[in-house]
Design a protein around this ligand. Structure first.
Ligand code: PEP
Length: 261
C-alpha cells in the first residue's frame, strides 16, 4: 500500500470546442456525483485544448466541482516574442494544476526532444504547475532496446539539472499503444513503472521516487483499467480517446469498484 493518491487524467487532445467542453465536464461531474465518487481516493483531471480552459475553469469554479484542470503543453519561455506559445504563468492564472510535457504526439509531430522536454519541465516547476512527463518507446525501440530503456532514459533526461525538483508525475505511454487499441499487459506496465521509479531513486533519492506518481497510458478503457491499477507500481492512468465519453471516463475514475479497494 502506498499513500500516493491515484490520478485519472483525461487528455482530450485537439477535440471539443469550449461549448462542447461545458457539456462533457457537466456530464462527467454528474456521473461522478451519482456514483458518490470519493475524490480523496482517486483524483480526476481533464486536459482540454487551450481555448477551452477559461470556460472549464469558470464552470468548475462556479459549480464547485472537484475535477482538476490540466493543460496539454506549455512554452519553455515565460513571455515575449514567441508567437503561438502559451506561458506557464497564463496557465497558473486559470487554476491549471497539471501540464502534459513531452507527450509522444509532441515528440513525433513537433520534433520535441529530451532537451525541449527538460526545458518545459523547468518552466512548469517555475510556474508552480505539476508536469506530467510523458515517456515511452516506439515498437522499433521496444525491439532494439527492450522494454524500459527508452522510458527510463527520457525520465532521467527530463528530471536532470533542476535546482529543486517540485512535484512531478511520470506517464509511461508506450507509443505503440496510444490510440491503437493495443495495450501493454498489466505486468509489462507495472514492470516498466517499477524500473522508472528505481531509476529515479538511484539518480535522485528514495524520497523523490516514493513521492512521484507514475501512470500508465495507452488505450485505457473502463474494461481494462482495473488490471493496471491493481499493481501498487501504477499510480493512475493517462487516458486519451476514452476521456471524450463522460460515462466511459467516469467508469475509469471509479476503477476501485472493480478491484475491491
Ligand atoms: C494519450 O493520448 O495519452 C493516450 C493514452 O491516448 P489513448 O488512450 O487514446 O491511447
Amino acid at each position: 500500500m502506498t499513500n500516493r493518491i491515484p490520478l485519472i487524467a483525461g487528455n482530450w487532445k485537439m477535440n471539443l470546442d469550449h461549448q462542447q467542453a461545458i457539456a462533457l465536464v457537466q456530464k462527467l461531474a454528474w456521473s461522478l456525483k451519482d456514483a458518490a465518487h470519493d475524490f480523496s481516493t482517486a483524483e480526476v483531471a481533464v486536459f482540454p485544448p487551450f481555448t477551452d480552459l477559461r470556460t472549464v475553469q469558470t464552470l468548475i469554479d462556479a459549480d464547485k466541482f472537484e475535477i482538476r484542470i490540466g493543460a496539454q503543453d506549455l512554452s519553455r519561455f515565460d513571455s515575449g516574442a514567441y508567437t503561438g506559445e502559451i506561458s506557464g504563468a497564463f496557465l497558473k492564472k486559470l487554476d491549471v494544476r497539471y501540464v502534459l510535457v513531452g507527450h509522444s504526439e509532441r515528440r513525433q509531430f513537433h520534433d520535441e526532444d529530451d532537451v525541449t522536454v527538460q526545458a518545459k519541465t523547468a518552466a512548469a516547476f517555475k510556474h508552480s504547475l505539476v508536469p506530467i512527463i510523458c515517456v515511452g518507446e516506439t515498437l522499433e525501440q521496444l525491439e532494439s532496446e527492450g522494454q524500459a530503456a527508452v522510458p527510463v532514459r527520457q525520465t532521467l533526461a527530463a528530471l536532470a539539472g533542476h535546482a529543486n525538483l517540485g512535484e512531478f508525475v511520470i506517464a509511461y505511454e508506450p507509443v505503440w499503444a496510444i490510440g491503437t487499441g493495443k495495450v501493454a499487459s498489466p505486468e509489462e506496465a507495472a514492470a516498466v513503472c517499477s524500473k522508472i521509479r528505481e531509476a529515479i531513486a538511484n539518480e535522485h533519492s528514495q524520497e523523490v521516487a516514493a513521492a512521484a506518481r507514475i501512470l500508465y497510458g495507452g488505450s485505457v478503457k473502463a474494461a481494462n483499467v482495473a488490471g493496471f491499477l491493481r499493481s501498487p507500481e501504477v499510480d493512475g492512468v493517462l487516458v486519451g480517446g476514452a476521456s471524450l465519453d463522460a460515462d466511459e471516463f467516469s467508469g475509469i475514475a471509479r476503477f476501485q469498484k472493480h478491484i475491491g479497494v
